[in-house]
Design a protein around this ligand. Structure first.
Ligand SMILES: C[S@@+](CC[C@H](N)C(=O)[O-])C[C@H]1O[C@@H](n2cnc3c(N)ncnc32)[C@H](O)[C@@H]1O
Length: 204
């Protein structure tokens, strides 16, 4: 049971460590008013993108929410944090939660995958899809979808040289388990002890 922000601040991650994470929604941090969560989210995005080695990358998986009749766009909040930290956006993918053209009501029909790095480039000749067709199964309601995680881990391994996947807000450990299945080591940090315990057991 550890605070991911404090852990990142005191960790110098090596070049072979890539970050794949999903920052908590405001509904998971009710001790903070919405404006406080919003600033925490931006500041924490800045800490995450700064913690990763300049030759590696940090990938975020986030889903937007509707609040008081307006969207909270977490891709925008991540980019505010990254801009404040002086770190570049390498790519931004949309992952379909529902087939294109489907109305989904309260939750959006997509999730975001955003990748940031200080020194890596996304070469124009590297053709990658910008819209991924499905999230894949989820281990719990706030989990990352498995297909999106597989995409992100494989990208970090193949294009950022990652041998270790770090998730400083690991929940039940979806990113860690997929990383292990794809042949990488993994390190997770989680503040809720029950989830940290599940993360030790999860296989994907
Ligand atoms: C969106 S969920 C991550 C879910 C995870 N990707 C999964 O697949 O299970 C965010 C997680 O961050 C955890 N969390 C919240 N504040 C934290 C903090 N300060 N340090 C570490 N973990 C924290 C929450 O307990 C929650 O499990």
């Amino acid at each position: 049971m550890t605070d991911g922000v404090a852990w990142l601040r005191q960790s110098a991650l090596p070049a072979e460590a890539g970050i794949l994470t999903s920052l908590p929604d405001s509904s998971e941090m009710r001790r903070l008013p919405f404006a406080g969560w919003r600033q925490w989210f931006i500041d924490t995005a800045a800490v995450v993108v700064s913690a990763v080695h300049e030759r590696s990358a940090a990938v975020f998986y986030q889903t937007d929410v509707k609040r008081d009749g307006a969207w909270v766009d977490k891709a925008f909040l991540l980019q505010l944090g990254a801009e404040a930290a002086g770190v570049r956006l390498l790519w931004h993918k949309i992952v379909c939660r529902a087939p294109a053209g489907t109305a989904t009501g309260g939750r959006p029909g997509y999730a975001h995958l955003l990748c940031f790095s200080r020194a890596l480039d996304d070469p124009v000749e590297t053709a990658m899809p910008d819209v991924l067709p499905r999230l894949g199964p989820m281990t719990w309601s706030r989990a990352m979808g498995l297909c999106a995680v597989e995409f992100a881990v494989a990208w970090l391994r193949d294009h950022a040289g990652a041998k270790v996947i770090v998730d400083p807000f690991c929940g039940v450990g979806t990113a860690l388990a997929v990383a292990n299945r794809l042949g990488l080591d993994s390190i997770g940090v989680e503040i809720a002890s029950g989830r940290a315990e599940k993360a030790r057991q999860l296989r994907a």
